[in-house]
Structures are given as structure tokens and as C-alpha cells.
Write a protein that binds this ligand. Structure first.
Ligand SMILES: [Zn+2]
Length: 323
């Protein structure tokens, strides 16, 4: 009898509590706004994961509207000068001054909604920067892969590409960090970072030097610059971002050579040069290279050899900057 009462009570309660999609009682939307040069990043989190997963985003006339599955309390953790946020019912309205376009990314576990709102006009000057001296340089290091994406895993030593690239990047941060104007890593821990965010970080930190670090299956150091943009590539895409690199192709080649020469003097390992048609290279307005370290099947990675690689890349960057 007691059980039956409990069961009836449970049924009544479940009927009273509105089921999804009417939303959950006590749902919160937590908002972080950060200003960058040319755009503002709005990060939204929630204590109710499905609020972010099922959010619908629309945009018109400097207003971005986000519809959630139900009502919520808006918590502004961090506010920016260019965003005016207000909520009504189950919608969040962001009024963004001088809005030109938005890019939206949803990230899983925990669910996050990232809205980058670009201001009009966004055209950055594409004149190659003429700077000398490492102290004037912004450097972005991109440790490849990470988190659920290990990249190449060596079958004999179990060395993961994601861990190796992070170790080298952290070494560069330590070795170069205090000598350059700014050094930024696209990831600092073993976590998944979508390529879009890496590119955006590469663009928005306004680098003079961009180095993406990977491991190859070969027994050489393979250094890549962007494949030259051809007319057919121009015609095959409406995205203009790929042209950013075109003014920096010779600078990228110089950087590749400087790092390659530094590596070859420190190791008895061949250095190969090539090009890759990948967005992480051709969307960057700076000297940009992707370096693949030798396969762990052919090269012994330990504190000493990794230290030598870090120093060689550092020297290459310094000699490039001194020119
Ligand atoms: Zn890789």
C-alpha cells in the first residue's frame, strides 16, 4: 500500500513537472564576453546541458537571438563593451554594435556555445608586417591534435603525437615566452581543440610567427608551408579567409628555412620541405609553418632530444626574427 501511494505520488509529480522541451526549473545560462581585435567572443554555458545542445541561433540587424528549450536565469560572468544582453521568455537577445556576421560553434562535454561576432568592416590590413627583433614578435604555437584525437601513436614506444607536440610547445613556451612580445599556445593541456578554434586563435592573436607542431610517419623533419593559392582554388570557394596567407608566402618560406637549418645542425636527421593545402596555414596572416617531427619509430624521444628540438626551433625563430 505504501508502495502504491509512493507510485501514485511519483506519477502526479511527473505530470506536474513540465517535460522537455518546456525547460527545466532553475536552468541557468552563464555568459562570458571577451573583446578581441575586430570581433567579440560570447561563450555560453548552462547547468542544463540540453539547453546548449538544443539552442537555436538566429541573427538580424545587429541582434543575435538564441532560443533555448525553456526559461532560464541569465548570469553575466563577464561583460564586454560591445554586447548588450537581455532575456525574454526562453530567448536570449544579444545586441552587438556594428555587427557584420557571426560564427557559431557548439562544443561538447560540457556543452558550450561559442559565438564569435565580427564587426564591420573587418578587413585587416594585409600588408606584411616589417619587424625585426624577437622582442617585437607575437608567436602562436599550435600543438597538433589533443584529447580524444591522439594523432599518430607509435606502436613500439606508445608515444602519442598529441603528447609530443604539447611537450615541445610547452618547451617553446618556457624557452621563448619571456623573450617575445607575446607567446600564445592554442592548447595548453591534453584536450580536444577544434580546428576552427585553432585557426581563430591563430588569426586573432595577431601573430608574426605561427608554428603548428606534429609528428610524422617518416624519419625526417618535414616542414610545410601553405600551398600557393591558385585561381581554381579561388573560384572553388566563397570563403575569402584562405587568401590571408598569400601576402606572407615568402615570409613563411624564410621561417621554414631558418627552422630547418637550425634543426639540421643539431641532429643527424634530414629536413624535407613541402607544402600543404590546409586552412590552418593559409588562413593565417603571418609567417606560418607546420612542422612534423620524425616518427617515434625512427627517432628516440627523451628529455634531452626533445630539449634539442625545442632549442633548434627557438634558434630558427630567433634567426628569422633577426633578419
Ligand atoms: Zn598531426
Amino acid at each position: 500500500m505504501k508502495f502504491l501511494k509512493a507510485l501514485i505520488a511519483l506519477i502526479i509529480v511527473s505530470l506536474l513537472v513540465p517535460a522537455y522541451p518546456h525547460g527545466q526549473e532553475g536552468s541557468q545560462i552563464i555568459m562570458y564576453v571577451k573583446d578581441y581585435d575586430g570581433f567579440v567572443r560570447i561563450l555560453l554555458k548552462s547547468n542544463a546541458d540540453e539547453y546548449i545542445q538544443n539552442a537555436a541561433i538566429s541573427e538580424a540587424y545587429s541582434i543575435v537571438k538564441i532560443d533555448f528549450p525553456g526559461t532560464f536565469d541569465l548570469i553575466k560572468e563577464q561583460e564586454g563593451a560591445n554586447v548588450l544582453a537581455s532575456s525574454r521568455g526562453s530567448s536570449l537577445f544579444l545586441q552587438i554594435s556594428n555587427l557584420e556576421r557571426i560564427k557559431v560553434i557548439k562544443l561538447p562535454s560540457p556543452s558550450r556555445l561559442v559565438i564569435d561576432a565580427y564587426f564591420a568592416p573587418v578587413r585587416q590590413d594585409t600588408v606584411p608586417k616589417e619587424k625585426t627583433g624577437i622582442g617585437n614578435f607575437n608567436v602562436v604555437i599550435d600543438p597538433g591534435h589533443g584529447g580524444s584525437d591522439s594523432g599518430i601513436v607509435s606502436s613500439s614506444s606508445q608515444i602519442k603525437e598529441s603528447a609530443l607536440s604539447l611537450t615541445v610547445a610547452q618547451g617553446l613556451h618556457k624557452a621563448l615566452g619571456s623573450t617575445v612580445k607575446k607567446l600564445y599556445l592554442t592548447r595548453t593541456i591534453e584536450t580536444t581543440v577544434p580546428i576552427e578554434l585553432r585557426i581563430r586563435d591563430g588569426v586573432l592573436n595577431n601573430p608574426d610567427i605561427f608554428v603548428s607542431i606534429h609528428m610524422s610517419k617518416t624519419n625526417s623533419f618535414d616542414i610545410y608551408t601553405a600551398t600557393p593559392v591558385t585561381q581554381s582554388l579561388k573560384e572553388s570557394t566563397e570563403d575569402n579567409d584562405y587568401t590571408r596567407q598569400s601576402d606572407y608566402m615568402s615570409k613563411s618560406a624564410e621561417l621554414a628555412k631558418a627552422i630547418g637549418e637550425a634543426l639540421v645542425t643539431k641532429h643527424d636527421v634530414k629536413v624535407n620541405y613541402g607544402d600543404l593545402p590546409i586552412p590552418i596555414l593559409y588562413e593565417i596572416s603571418a609567417a606560418a609553418i607546420l612542422i612534423e617531427l620524425p616518427s617515434a619509430e625512427n627517432f628516440t624521444y627523451n628529455d634531452e632530444t626533445i630539449g634539442v628540438i625545442v632549442n633548434a626551433i627557438k634558434q630558427g625563430i630567433e634567426s628569422y626574427a633577426a633578419k
